[in-house]
Design a protein around this ligand. Structure first.
Ligand SMILES: [Zn+2]
Length: 483
């Protein structure tokens, strides 16, 4: 373990916190505790989340330093085509909504190590991924589902956030050196009202008040100066005005589609697995079994009654569609044009035909990962070429990825209560998240996969497995400015 000014780190995942809302509220002095204890000694930046920008998979970069593609958990729902065709599609369908969230730890790529494995006394509070936490270190192992169920039926998500603060106090008292905490209230109030509603703003303010109390308690115990605070989010949210029923559309194209919760249907030849309601993995049966994956060319040439990509792009609700080219690259299509994206492992090769599907204006044909985020950071689709390539590295990713247009989602039935906000897509308002910490960030364009190596560096740990992220920790912090 290297020399470090920090003895413990508390990571706050404020689920669904929008970068602009947090920054505006900080500026308007509506979040005085975060300003005093985190922003004043540190920095607040916008970071790019991972694709799909959805609860669960988008928590993975903070815990593993890897994208959902590398983690092999490509969505909050996905379809397992390696499972044999059963009487129905129960065994092939995976959802981390509800009790299915327990599968995340076993589904996570075995080569990936979690941040919990790098600390001596880690603690997790309401985390979806818990590999590396002992039974007592997973503070909410027995209570998370109860809290979620209570809040789902009463709508009182603030109660879950309130409980999270009690678990933090307890973990600090037990001398935890890394505490990972998920706060669901902002996300839930956004879904049920609006990302800019009074109920949503109130949950940011409640967070700040509780943060202030926690910081005062740390100060009284002489623990404030050596605590690293990192706050971020997994996705933003946009308001939803129109629902588009994707499975119904696929059925209208001559397919028979399995989707959640109707996974007990039999004999389907398509699967629609939706994340955050703004993106979907679509799986298509090609031949007699699910084993062979159709390529972009197969889908264009009519796996359904017609060219499914063209039919999807003709829908107002659909913004972008992507599929695998037979040469191994990724093809992204929108009404504006087509891009072929190839990930070499360190660089992105990018070629367009027609126009640019993302409307990019600063692209070159060959870019390092850093250059590709810099060229796209301020666009409507920050980091999309990198994010799409990484997601398609997962064998569990769909044959087609569908992105909803801003204002639309891909699900009507079986969503109670009705959702008035959406995330999951590649759009900037879903992909941009706040990154706030009481230490410096050395680069302007960062990804949430970079948070993991930065925390480990600031906490004096050496990374022992291959990850997607790169540390943005500043050496100024390691020279003991807080000592
Ligand atoms: Zn979320």
């Amino acid at each position: 373990m290297g020399l470090t000014p920090f003895k413990r780190c508390i990571f706050f995942l404020v689920d669904g916190a929008r970068a602009d809302v947090l920054q505006d509220m900080l500026q308007a002095e509506e979040l005085p505790a975060l300003k005093q204890y985190v922003l004043d000694p540190g920095v607040c930046q916008t970071a790019v989340s991972v694709f799909p920008s959805t609860t669960g998979p988008a928590h993975a970069p903070f815990i593993t330093g890897c994208t959902p593609g590398t983690c092999n958990i490509p969505g909050i729902r996905w379809f397992d085509r390696t499972q044999p065709n059963g009487f129905n599609h129960f065994k092939q369908s995976r959802s981390y909504v509800g009790p299915g969230s327990f599968y995340m730890d076993t589904d996570l790529n075995m080569d990936v190590r979690t941040i919990f494995e790098y600390f001596d006394r880690p603690a997790g509070v309401f985390s979806f991924l818990n590999r590396g936490l002992g039974l007592t270190e997973n503070q909410t192992l027995l209570t998370k589902d109860w809290y979620w169920m209570y809040a789902h039926f009463t709508g009182h998500w603030q109660a879950v956030d309130n409980a999270a603060w009690r678990y933090i106090d307890r973990a600090v008292d037990r001398r935890s050196d890394f505490i990972f905490v998920v706060f669901p209230a902002v996300d839930e109030y956004s879904h049920h009202t609006h990302p800019f509603s009074e109920a949503t703003y109130a949950s940011y303010r409640a967070f700040d008040r509780a943060f202030g109390k926690m910081a005062e308690r740390l100060h009284r115990n002489g623990q404030l100066e050596d605590t690293l605070f990192v706050l971020s989010s997994d996705h933003g949210l946009t308001a939803t005005h129109t629902h588009f029923e994707l499975w119904k559309f696929l059925d209208d194209q001559g397919l028979k589609t399995v989707y959640y919760p109707k996974i007990l249907k039999s004999g389907c030849n398509a699967a629609s697995m939706i994340s955050g309601n703004g993106m979907a993995h679509v799986y298509l049966k090609h031949g007699d079994t699910w084993q062979s994956q159709p390529t972009y060319q197969h889908i264009r040439n009519g796996i359904a009654d017609s060219d499914l990509i063209e039919a999807l792009l003709a829908q107002e609700a659909v913004d972008l569609v992507a599929a695998r080219h037979e040469n191994g690259s990724i093809v992204a299509c929108s009404k504006n044009g087509i891009a072929e994206i190839q990930d070499t492992g360190s660089e992105i090769n990018y070629r367009i035909s027609g126009g640019d599907p993302f409307g990019y204006t600063h692209m070159t044909e060959c870019m390092t990962y850093d250059q590709s985020i810099e060229a796209t950071f301020d666009s409507d689709y920050p980091d999309a070429p990198y994010q799409l390539s990484k997601l398609f590295n997962s064998p569990r990713t769909g044959d087609l990825i569908v992105n909803a247009r801003k204002g639309y989602d891909l699900k009507i039935l079986h969503e109670h209560p009705e959702h008035f906000a959406t995330h999951g897509s590649l759009h900037r308002e879903h992909m941009q998240v706040p990154l706030l910490m009481n230490a410096d960030i050395s680069r302007p364009c960062v990804r949430t996969v970079d948070v993991f190596p930065s925390i480990l560096e600031l906490m004096g740990r050496t990374i022992e497995h291959t990850i997607d992220g790169n540390s943005f920790a500043s050496h100024k912090d390691m020279e003991g400015v807080y000592a």
